[in-house]
Design a protein around this ligand. Structure first.
Ligand code: GLN
Length: 300
């Protein structure tokens, strides 16, 4: 069975549509580009080509994986985030565009001391950053890339995730980023003293356990549960972070956390209850949804 490329892609598009894939037309084209290592311009140039059996088979294998709900990013192995290509595997959450907003805010705080134009901390106060629950390394590596003078440490409980994050730091030229394996702050609790940072930034798991089965199949069947499940009320990690972050922040250190669109009040309250944070503010993502909580450790 040899097929003209445009026929092949049309069949791929139909199969993906029938399987309920959202952007079937684009995914079918992108899967061919991935297979043939070409971009969309290359695709147009080959549009009239006739493909041999083995190429068609390889293409339909990919179509089948996508039709079964596997995310494009796990098939192609990459997701761009902050303009940087990040390697992703099913061991790490696929970095989301929603999270890019938090990186832009963090960079503004690092460079100018402001958050969305408002004074927040002293300029140049942030020198050491911890990306907690780093996953693919998207947050820490992006900050290291954009702010090369900053020391960045990335940590995660999953050794598989940390391997991917380290690879991403290497390939994006951020060789000075350091990695620590362990449960939340445990790698930073020395016998004599706790390691402290000027900014702790994190996108922890925050989905309520019983909401997970209602998520898109791409997410619930393929992304790592350990990166999504925030416990019964989705707040397990925020509770622990609120309790433990103060002893890992330098004076006036900043905590920045991604949150779910409906978690502003509960996460704000968790931070207030510790009585250790001031200036607790919530920032919105590009869609206008509550997405980030930032707070400052009260200076002593
Ligand atoms: N934002 C992710 C989602 O919508 C969840 C990420 C997380 O739990 N930290 O699937």
């Amino acid at each position: 069975m040899s097929l003209p490329l445009k026929e092949l892609i049309k069949i791929g598009q139909t199969q993906l549509k029938e399987a309920g894939v959202g952007d079937a037309d684009r995914d079918a084209r992108d899967l061919y580009c991935f297979l043939d290592k070409i971009d969309t311009v290359g695709l147009m140039m080959h549009w009239q080509d006739t493909l041999q059996d083995n190429a068609c088979e390889a293409y339909f294998d990919l179509i089948q994986r996508r039709a079964a709900g596997e995310p494009m990013q796990y098939i192609t192995g990459v997701q761009e985030f902050m303009g940087i290509p990040f390697k992703v595997t099913p061991q790490v959450l696929i970095p989301r565009q929603d999270t890019e907003t938090m990186i832009e805010d963090a960079i503004e705080a690092i460079e100018k001391g402001t958050l969305r134009g408002r004074p927040f901390i002293k300029a140049a106060a942030i020198k050491e950053v911890l990306d907690l629950c780093t996953g693919s390394g998207a947050i820490g590596v992006s900050i290291a890339k954009m702010c090369p003078k900053i020391k960045v440490v990335c940590s995660d409980i999953s050794p598989e995730a940390l391997k991917i994050a380290e690879e991403n730091a290497q390939t994006s030229g951020c060789k000075s980023v350091k990695f620590q394996e362990g449960d939340l702050f445990s790698p930073f609790c020395g016998k004599l003293r706790k390691r402290k940072f000027d900014l702790i930034i994190t996108n922890p798991p925050y989905i309520q356990t019983d909401v997970i089965p209602t998520l898109q199949r791409e997410v619930k069947d393929h992304e790592p549960m350990s990166a999504l499940d925030g416990g019964k009320d989705g707040l397990d990690f925020y509770r622990r972070i609120a309790a433990e972050a103060p002893s890992h922040l330098n004076k006036n250190g900043v905590l920045m956390m991604e949150i779910g669109y409906d978690q502003r009040i509960s996460v704000t309250e968790l931070l207030q209850q510790t009585a250790k944070f001031s200036d607790i503010i919530c920032l919105q993502d590009l869609a206008g949804k509550d997405r980030i909580i930032a707070a400052k450790l009260i200076g002593k």
